[in-house]
Design a binder for this molecule. Structure first.
Ligand code: BT5
Length: 324
């Protein structure tokens, strides 16, 4: 049933807004004309606008701004990432569901996505606000054949993919703030949370959690983050179609991930530096063991932050909160 629907959406996607005859659809799907009509009705219920014209057939006019598996699959060009999608209207946290699926053996590239999270979280159990229908709250399951200590590089890789996708869709060039934030005009628009399941020498899975503020207005942010947070639509001045952005992210992520597995972190690092907000500037780094002030020199080939203090001593920082 849902497989047929997926095929139908693929047909529409290939048709690029042109009409496809009912006859052709029924042949391609291997079902009756009546069944085709029923599937079309189902898509309409999901919010797709479909035009039906006698003798011409059907064409897709508009996909709704939803993030169900259908919306994301329509026009998705990846080979593995996002090929399996687990969508829910409301979850506690997509991380939690992805973790469970990964444990049960879900394939690499499986994507968990929800319209709303009731217990979205950031690093160190901080809260991540994930209101209904306005953002992208998703978790991607990866199974990279790399040693566990390299996993933080995937956070940086993901940040590059998202920055590229944002630039492509909105024409805004965002800043990446090491290690896991993307900022626009100094305000946080994206947070990334990478969680690892591994033995000392082998990764079972990495769950890459991505939170993006897309269509919120300023008033829709809770008081406590209003001064530090922003959304793409606030910055761009128009609504953004979330599914399109997700497709772009998955495509770029897949490409960078392949590059990374083949050539290592170096090519990613160069791209990362192109978006880095803090390089050459004075920053404050809060780590678990204390606070350090200095100039951010850049990242190493491994993705570790280098900070030079006032005594010209260089510190290598693996994880911290950075204040610009
Ligand atoms: C992060 O943590 O930035 C990682 C956020 C990852 C969220 C995704 S959504 C899908 C997946 N499922 C989850 O449950 N999580 C992932 P961190 O660097 O610790 O930043 C957290 C801080 O960002 C909070 O303490 C707030 O100050 C701020 N914050 C919370 N919600 C925000 C939002 N929607 N936009 C901007 N800033 C926010």
């Amino acid at each position: 049933q849902s497989d047929t629907r997926r095929k139908l959406l693929e047909l529409f996607s290939e048709a690029n807004g042109e009409f496809i005859s009912g006859q052709k659809i029924s042949e391609m799907l291997g079902c009756s004309r009546t069944a085709v009509w029923k599937h079309i009705e189902e898509l309409r219920k999901e919010g797709f606008e479909l035009e039906a014209v006698r003798r011409l057939g059907y064409r897709i006019v508009k996909a709704p701004d939803k993030v169900t598996a259908n919306e994301i699959h329509l026009g998705l060009k990846t080979e593995t990432l996002g090929r399996h999608i687990h969508f829910e209207e409301e979850v506690t946290s997509t991380q939690q569901i992805a973790l469970k699926l990964a444990y049960e053996g879900a394939k690499e590239g499986t994507l968990v996505i929800a319209e709303q999270q009731t217990a979205g979280r950031g690093r160190m159990d901080r809260k991540w606000f994930s209101p209904k229908g306005t953002g992208i709250w998703m978790s991607l399951i990866l199974r990279p054949p790399i040693p566990p200590q390299k996993a933080p590089q995937l956070t940086l890789l993901t940040a590059v993919a998202i920055a590229q996708a944002i630039q492509e869709i909105t024409d805004i060039v965002p800043d990446i703030k090491w290690p896991n934030d993307i900022l626009i005009n100094g305000k946080k628009c994206v947070g990334i949370l990478t969680e690892l399941q591994a033995d000392p020498d082998r990764i079972h899975s990495v769950i890459v959690g991505i939170g993006i503020n897309v269509n919120q207005t300023i008033e829709q942010f809770p008081e406590e983050i209003r001064a530090i947070a922003t959304s793409l639509s606030i910055e761009k001045g128009e609504r953004i179609q979330r599914a399109k952005l997700i497709q772009e992210i998955l495509l770029r992520l897949e490409y960078l991930y392949k590059q990374y597995l083949q050539y290592g972190f170096r090519p990613i690092k160069l791209l990362w530096e192109g978006y880095a907000a803090s390089i050459g500037k004075e920053i404050v780094a809060r780590t678990l063991t204390g606070t350090m002030k200095g100039i951010a020199l850049g990242i190493t080939d491994e993705g570790v932050l280098m900070l030079e203090d006032e005594n010209k001593q260089i510190h290598y920082i693996h994880s911290a909160d950075i204040q610009l």
